[in-house]
Design a protein. Structure first.
Length: 177
């Protein structure tokens, strides 16, 4: 009987951990569903977001992220130029620019890494818009995010798409492979 009384608080704590984990998993599923619905309904597509950001700030788009928040869906675009990294946030429904921020490259290794990423992207045989179109044709979905993967050889655009409520990632090589 005394052992049973000692185990009761432990059982309560374990039950709390299990229920908290289940609630967290449910919240993650809800957030994912909300993200999918917001991405499907966004009026500005990924290629348009890259074009709008390129006109708002100098540089080559190397990363585009889609976010849905209570204020509405938006794209965060990272553009690289020779001496700075520009970050542009734009509304995914209207295409209006919300913020533009420029960060100067201060440390040599960051300058070298960003220069390499920028040069590889500039010299790609496949344009960003063509890579997005190709990824959408492969997945049959809507492209919502893009990153440049130049850490591996060959370099590639890594494009995330939504199709039937599921996210998938497609790599389109800079040389068209």
């Amino acid at each position: 009987m005394q052992n049973r009384n000692k185990l009761a608080p432990l059982a309560v704590v374990l039950l709390a951990f299990v229920l908290t984990g289940c609630a967290s998993s449910y919240q993650d599923d809800f957030d994912m569903l909300e993200q999918v619905q917001a991405a499907k309904s966004a009026k500005i597509d990924l290629a348009q977001a890259a074009d709008i950001a390129s006109r708002a700030a100098k540089g080559i788009p190397v990363e585009i992220r889609f976010h849905s928040r209570p204020v509405g869906p938006y794209y965060a675009v990272k553009l690289l130029e020779s001496e700075a990294t520009n970050y542009v946030v734009l509304d995914a429904n209207s295409g209006s620019i919300l913020t533009v921020e420029r960060k100067w490259h201060q440390v040599p290794w960051l300058k070298r890494r960003n220069r390499s990423e920028r040069v590889h992207t500039q010299n790609a045989d496949v344009s960003l818009s063509d890579a997005i179109a190709k990824a959408e044709a492969i997945t049959g979905g809507k492209a919502v995010e893009m990153t440049v993967d130049n850490q591996r050889n060959p370099q590639a655009y890594q494009i995330s798409s939504i199709h039937d409520g599921e996210f998938s990632t497609t790599k389109i090589g800079f040389r068209g492979e």
